[in-house]
Design a binder for this molecule. Structure first.
Ligand SMILES: CCCCCCCC(=O)SCCNC(=O)CCNC(=O)[C@H](O)C(C)(C)COP(=O)(O)OP(=O)(O)OC[C@H]1O[C@@H](n2cnc3c(N)ncnc32)[C@H](O)[C@@H]1OP(=O)(O)O
Length: 240
């Protein structure tokens, strides 16, 4: 009888641990979020002090569902390249509760959309571009406001030139200014020749939504492993 209770207890604890931690471990060791490593902007980005924050990939492939990553980025036939580059100092904000605002905080998303994401033939659907920009703004405002979740209050997009499928593009998103709860952002999508294809501005407001969920996700990730060791640092000097 005692043995059965012990076994039941072990099964319960095991199941709880598996349920709580395993998806994060799985996401952590998975390469799905990082996709193809080669793209046209790589050498340009290697000049700067950028890192690819695995932590964001983990959060997005985590069981705390996120539609862009669960239905698009993780889909084998959707994005040929999908990589996020943060300035080194911005990553530090993930680990601190530093709430100070910082001008011109930015990030780069490099993407290459497969034909499955076309609207017109060989042209990337504008809704996808809006989604990518919205998400870049969401991540940036979340980090810039000291891990306080934000929501899109306003998003304006000018589609200047068609974005083609199976070509590399880069979204550069930056914080324009922060005024209290309001985070003003702007973004540009460039092609390989640095031609501007899309421009956007956005207003994000800090909200009380899911803050604990995001904090829990970060805490769990920190518990399962030492993130810093795993972050891929782009260090030009090492290669020289
Ligand atoms: C890392 C993960 C990335 C994920 C990114 C995903 C982003 C999203 O998809 S979020 C989902 C889509 N967005 C939404 O559903 C938001 C819906 N809107 C709302 O819930 C509310 O309007 C909300 C929360 C934005 C603002 O409401 P509330 O908190 O009551 O603020 P409110 O008092 O109305 O406004 C605060 C200030 O912002 C201003 N403001 C609010 N909305 C706007 C707007 N659209 N344009 C300009 N100013 C605005 C107000 O004028 C006010 O300014 P001030 O303080 O100077 O008087």
């Amino acid at each position: 009888m005692k043995k059965n209770i012990l076994l039941f207890g072990l099964a319960f604890v095991g199941g709880f641990t598996y349920e709580r931690y395993f998806p994060y471990v799985k996401a952590f060791i998975s390469d799905k979020g990082q996709k193809n490593d080669d793209h046209s902007f790589k050498s340009m980005l290697e000049q700067g002090n950028y890192i690819q924050p695995k932590v964001i990939d983990i959060m997005h492939s985590s069981p705390d569902k996120h539609f862009l990553h669960n239905f698009i980025a993780q889909h084998n036939e959707a994005l040929n390249v999908f990589k996020i580059y943060y300035p080194d100092k911005l990553e530090q904000k993930i680990y601190s509760d530093n709430l100070e605002s910082e001008d011109k905080i930015h990030l780069h998303f490099v993407f290459n959309a497969a034909d499955h994401l076309q609207g017109h033939s060989s042209i990337v659907h504008g809704g996808l571009l809006a989604t990518l920009i919205d998400n870049a703004f969401g991540q940036l405002s979340y980090l810039a406001s000291g891990q306080i979740p934000t929501a899109t209050a306003n998003l304006n997009i000018n589609y200047r030139k068609p974005v083609k499928t199976n070509h590399d593009y880069m979204i550069t998103a930056e914080i324009d200014k922060i005024e209290g709860r309001k985070v003003f952002l702007k973004a540009t999508i460039y092609d390989q020749d640095k031609t501007i294809c899309t421009e956007a501005t956005g207003l994000f407001l800090t909200v009380q939504w899911g803050g604990q969920m995001w904090k829990n996700a970060l805490d769990k990730i920190k518990e399962v492993t030492q993130i810093d060791d795993k972050i891929v640092k782009i260090d030009q000097k090492k290669k020289e």
